[in-house]
Design a protein around this ligand. Structure first.
Ligand code: FMN
Length: 354
């Protein structure tokens, strides 16, 4: 499992922070990147309708820092000319890669022909990809689900078409739109895509442990792996993966480091956004991060009912002070890995609510 290239951009290590609306913003991406082991980060999906109409939120979503490179901007939409304009804007702000979302299942996105809606209309997707290729010189990549419905799985054909259009990296989340986030991702379909095209292919779906990730990687033969929800539960997952790939024992953060990462995230949020939004972001991350830690459920409750920066800080302090190291280790080993977010839509709801 070696680094791979998207044209001349090394994805090294071949591990990608999967885009998540309402999560993988400027703050979260840097938090994860600083833990090590991430070869590529991607923006949240950005509406080209918003971008090309000067919507300040859409423009803000393209912001990134040099420390994040290589950095991909992901756009969504259903109209070729708007997608091309949005892609041009991403190139202008200095993104290394332009990624097209062909997977979001949210009805609002699909209704307008974007996201996984494009899987129902491969001709329209082809027009979009060709229009973007004419508009930009940075590499174009695609993130796909396996099909629109379970009876119309077409990811292999779509990937072949995309390769013909000049797409330089395919990323497959192994579920159909119909599946949403239910069941398990189908890594056999991901393997079939890898075998059908000659550009790099990365796989995605349900990687929350190194063992499972290594197993799926070997079985599918993909060039890279994307991890989404697993990074919220364990910001060190990429570093641990990289360690195992290099033949080392996976890094194990101690309690002090776990506390520090929460505080670092909170401080970054407070520096970037209004306090009320920062509180919401903190609750969102802590909700995932403390899963499996002893007393995590009670801690989450106290956090959800915290209404100020100081209250949050006090609760974090009290929680970590009260933790007993031995209990942590034993309970962590049986940590549940429930994945809480159900859809892009629910993420947008979270984002809108905070
Ligand atoms: C809250 C949330 C928001 C997401 N937003 C996006 C998005 O903006 N663009 C995208 O391509 N996929 C998005 N996804 C899908 C993830 O990138 C990924 O494909 C999916 O969660 C499966 O990977 P995982 O099991 O590692 O989380 C989102 C997923 C979640 C849970």
């Amino acid at each position: 499992m070696k680094p791979f290239f998207v044209r001349d951009i090394a994805i090294d290590p071949p591990l990608i922070l999967s885009p998540m609306a309402g999560v993988t913003d400027y703050v979260f991406r840097r938090l994860i990147k600083r833990r090590g082991g991430v070869g590529l980060v991607v923006s949240e999906f950005i509406s080209v309708e918003g971008l090309t109409r000067g919507n300040p939120k859409s423009k803000r979503q393209m912001r990134f820092d040099e420390e994040e490179r290589p950095f991909a901007v992901q756009i969504f939409g259903g109209r070729p000319e708007r997608m091309a304009m949005g892609a041009e804007m991403a190139e202008e702000v200095g993104a290394d890669i332009l990624d097209v979302n062909c997977g979001c299942p949210a009805p609002k996105v699909v209704k307008n022909g974007g996201g996984s809606g494009l899987l129902r209309e491969p001709d329209r997707l082809e027009d979009i990809l060709r229009a973007i290729k004419r508009a930009i010189s940075i590499p174009l990549t695609l993130k796909l689900r396996t099909g629109y419905s379970d009876s119309s799985i077409n990811v292999v054909d779509v990937a072949k078409m995309a390769e013909q259009c000049g797409v330089e990296h395919i990323q497959v989340h192994g579920r159909t739109r119909e599946q949403g986030y239910k069941g398990l991702a189908n890594w056999d379909l991901i393997r079939q895509v890898k075998e059908a095209v000659s550009i790099p292919v990365s796989g995605n779906g349900d990687i929350t442990s190194i063992d499972y990730g290594m197993e799926k990687w070997r079985e599918s033969g993909v060039n890279g792996i994307l991890i989404g929800r697993g990074a919220m539960q364990n910001p060190w997952i990429f570093r641990q993966f990289e360690d195992v790939l290099a033949g080392r024992d996976p890094y194990q953060p101690d309690l002090a480091e776990k506390k520090a990462v929460l505080l670092e995230f909170f401080e970054m949020c407070l520096g970037e956004m209004p306090e009320i939004v920062a509180l919401g972001k903190m609750k969102q991350l802590a909700g995932q991060f403390t899963k499996g830690l002893p007393g995590g459920a009670v801690f989450r409750q106290t956090l959800y009912h915290s209404h100020s920066e100081q209250e949050i800080l006090d609760n974090i302090e009290a929680y970590f002070t009260g933790l007993n190291g031995d209990r942590v280790r034993s309970e962590e080993s049986s940590a549940d890995t429930d994945l809480e977010f159900a859809s892009c839509e629910s993420a947008s709801t979270v984002a809108a609510a905070i």
